[in-house]
Design a protein around this ligand. Sequence first.
Ligand SMILES: NC(=O)CC[C@H](N)C(=O)O
Length: 305
Amino acid sequence: MQELLETVIENNRIWTKEGKVATYIPELAKANPDALGIYIVDFQGNSFYEGDYETKFTIQSVSKVITLICALIDRGKEKVFSKVGSEPSSDSFNSMVKLETRDSHTPLNPFINAGAIVTTSLVSGDNGIEKFDRVHAMMKKMADNDAIQVNYDVYKSEKLTGNTNRAIAYYLKGAEVIERDVEDVLDTYFKLCSIEVTVKDVSMMASVIANGGVAPWSNERLIPKDVNQIAQAIMMTCGLYNASGEYAVKIGVPSKSGVGGCIMAVVPKKMGIAVVGPALDERGNSVAGTKALEELSQKLELSIF
Ligand SMILES: NC(=O)CC[C@H](N)C(=O)O
């Protein structure tokens, strides 16, 4: 495995040149575009890593998976899916075009920005701080790392420039999809996106989902089975925004990407994988990270199909 990871990083580093780091959140522009790192955790306590696995990055949209899990646990399927759909979107992750045209005005799925802003509003807690603490605590448990914290420079940068998200959230409030205070919900959403992690943390989170919701290292159930199943299904169909279909063809495992350059990949009943490569394609997914996962998936025959 170690040799394979060395080859995968070596073969795919060149792809970092094909992408660009996100700049619409000014602080993200500081990321190293040449970085490519990978981390794998299996259920036997083995971990394998290669490349720039020590790179720190903000979790960004990968947080949407954990927020959805918390919302489903806290509010139940019926409530959550009355406020957000479970259909893939062919528009970009921060699009708002469908909000107006859909009869229900609900976002298409929880893994585009509009959907995650809604699931953030649904997580239990009387205010934004309590909601943040709820999801943050779940992330720490799933990563088995109590030291995970917000990167306040990224958070401030997002909050200052997040006007598209603000427009989305106010529209959703007007349509009565969001019932809470809009600025409070947005603040929590920005903070959750700004949590700083490594590929080790994210691969640990992925290993819990891959193991049916049970932490492989402690055998503790962190996520109910039905919620875990839903999370995987939506990762499979919506996890890479409007590139989810192509990704399913090429890699074939439930995954979630973020504009920090991370992709979390869940190999059901086998392992958790995370890659980081901050140079993104035009749809906001890591170019080299996707390519590395494609090679890995082919060589290890990881596709679930
Ligand atoms: N695709 C992403 O990772 C987007 C997350 C980012 N914080 C945003 O709201 O725009």
